[in-house]
Design a protein around this ligand. Structure first.
Ligand code: ADE
Length: 226
């Protein structure tokens, strides 16, 4: 499997690519490639963007730059890149990322296009299979969104997370019926008068299971236990 990320800021992915689950995925043969649009730009002085037609604020990443980057990395025609892999543009106008989409994207090679400034020229639609948003708010660029998406995708790769049970029981996974995970506690059993629910200290596994099941799907703070 290969993950190809196109960005103006490859350094933004340094911390992410060193995370244990990402490092483990790489040991398992997953290639994480970071490509800088500027390296492939056909324009002079590393130009990658231009003013929007029709006027308005900000700059737009040029479609010829995107095509040149895809062709420089994959060879052939940029429109054919999506025949062999999912090609995802990160954009606030895309389909909202969820667990099902992360699972889908983890099944094969994946190419991710990060926008910056006002985004990528709309004709990028000719090149992508998916347009994905990580939520209804605007970030300054696609890099943080790409890392959120890639993190969720890498967690789905068999063996990437050392304890598979933790992925199977992740919030929103089919293992939890799409619900949020139950709340977790650890030592100390009491802190500042904030107790851990007594049932978790009881050693009664059936009661613990019941308590956890009852709390699936709740993002609310748990009620204080007496
Ligand atoms: N780029 C800027 N904002 C974004 C968002 N919310 N999701 C994905 N890409 C983005």
């Amino acid at each position: 499997m290969r993950l190809d990320v196109f960005t103006l800021f490859p350094d933004a992915f340094t911390w992410f690519s060193q995370q244990p689950h990402v490092a483990r995925a790489r040991e398992l043969g997953v290639a994480l490639n970071l490509w800088d649009y500027r390296v492939h730009t056909p324009l002079r002085h590393g130009q990658v963007d231009d003013a929007p037609y029709g006027g308005g604020a900000g700059m737009v990443l040029r479609i010829d730059v995107i095509c040149a980057a895809l062709e420089g990395v994959f060879g052939g025609d940029a429109v054919d890149v999506r025949l062999a892999r999912r090609v995802v543009e990160l954009t606030p106008r895309g389909r909202q990322l969820d667990d099902a989409l992360a699972t889908e994207l983890a099944t094969g090679d994946l190419c991710v296009l990060c926008g910056r400034y006002e985004g990528i020229d709309e004709r990028v639609a000719q090149l992508v299979t998916d347009r994905v948003s990580i939520g209804p708010y605007v970030l300054s660029g696609g890099e943080i969104a790409a890392q959120a998406l890639l993190d969720a995708v890498v967690r789905k790769i068999d063996g990437a997370v050392s304890n598979p049970e933790s992925v199977a029981a992740d919030s929103f996974s089919p293992g939890l019926g799409g619900a949020c995970e139950y709340p977790h506690y650890t030592r100390p059993a009491e802190f500042r008068g904030w107790p851990v629910p007594a049932v978790l200290l009881s050693g009664d596994h059936a009661a613990v299971e019941r308590w956890r099941r009852e709390r699936l799907g709740s993002g609310e703070p748990p009620p204080h236990q007496d």
